[in-house]
Design a protein around this ligand. Structure first.
Ligand SMILES: Nc1ncnc2c1ncn2[C@@H]1O[C@H](COP(=O)(O)OP(=O)(O)OP(=O)(O)O)[C@@H](O)[C@H]1O
Length: 257
């Protein structure tokens, strides 16, 4: 089943910035897809359009299918964890439920289940100032999942973290994806991260971003540290890295003739 279908999506911002497209992309239910591309190519714009936070200037986006539109909702994780400093970890995760007036027992139970899944069960009563950057991002992940969305969108969530913390969060995100069966779209600048996490890496050209190439990462699941140090992983990273280099060449960088 299709989870997300983007058809000929374009975005031109009001002051004339031609940011994206045209992009046509179909993502299956339960798939983990990364969007990779040079800075400013429109990755975040595409993610915000999928989330419904931004309207495309042209083209069409369907969440679910035309005959069976998805009503399962979308969770969004931003680069900054953006937690409420005055609220406990549990209350931060509970916020989307408060906003939707969903105080059902099942939803409230999900708060603690998710805190356990992201390794923060013992920090439920802590405040954001007591948490490391990685822990704050874990809270942000739990909050994005608390409404039990079908689709999880992440916009460079781990970019500000040190490498070891980032590796741990990569592993934990993969475990969440495997256990919860969400469709995930992940924006990153990192070839290594995209290859480690994804079933498919979509490489975008420089702005306005268009799809330059797609790479299926056919590594066995579950992926762990042994995959990260394996020869196939290195080979995929070389392949995607070369594709990103090709995609990043702006037209004026090309030598004529
Ligand atoms: N609200 C906005 N108004 C005007 N221009 C915008 C707006 N948001 C983004 N842009 C421009 O659109 C282009 C694409 O931005 P976007 O943030 O989508 O790219 P990106 O690939 O996610 O960038 P990065 O990798 O650096 O985060 C950029 O040139 C940016 O300056």
């Amino acid at each position: 089943m299709t989870a997300i279908r983007c058809s000929e999506i374009r975005k031109v911002y009001p002051r004339g910035v031609d940011a994206l497209g045209p992009v046509s992309l179909t993502i299956d239910e339960g798939e983990f897809v990364s969007l990779l591309g040079p800075s400013g190519c429109g990755k975040s714009t595409l993610l915000r359009i999928i989330a419904g936070l931004e309207r495309p200037s042209a083209g069409e986006i369907v969440i679910g299918t035309r005959t069976r539109p998805s009503s399962g909702g979308i969770g969004f994780v931003f680069q900054e964890p953006t937690l409420m400093p005055w609220a406990s970890v549990r209350d931060n995760v509970r916020l989307p439920l408060r906003l939707t007036h969903d105080m059902s027992a099942a939803s409230l139970a999900r708060v603690d289940d998710l805190l356990a899944r992201v390794g923060l069960a013992e920090f439920a009563e802590a405040y954001p100032r007591e948490l490391s950057g990685g822990m704050k991002m874990r809270v942000s992940l739990a909050r994005a999942l608390v409404t039990d969305p079908d689709i999880l969108l992440l916009d460079e969530p781990f970019a500000a973290l040190d490498e070891i913390t980032r590796f741990r969060l990569n592993n934990d995100l993969l475990a969440l994806w495997r256990d919860l069966g969400k469709t995930v779209v992940f924006v990153t600048h990192s070839v290594f991260e995209s290859v480690f996490l994804s079933q498919r890496v979509v490489v975008l050209t420089a702005r306005p971003g268009q799809i330059s190439s797609e790479h299926r990462i056919d590594a066995p699941e579950p992926r762990d540290e042994s995959f990260r140090t394996s020869a196939p992983y290195a080979a995929y990273c070389r392949e995607v890295s070369a594709a990103l280099a090709r995609a990043s060449v702006a037209p004026h960088d090309m030598v004529a003739g």
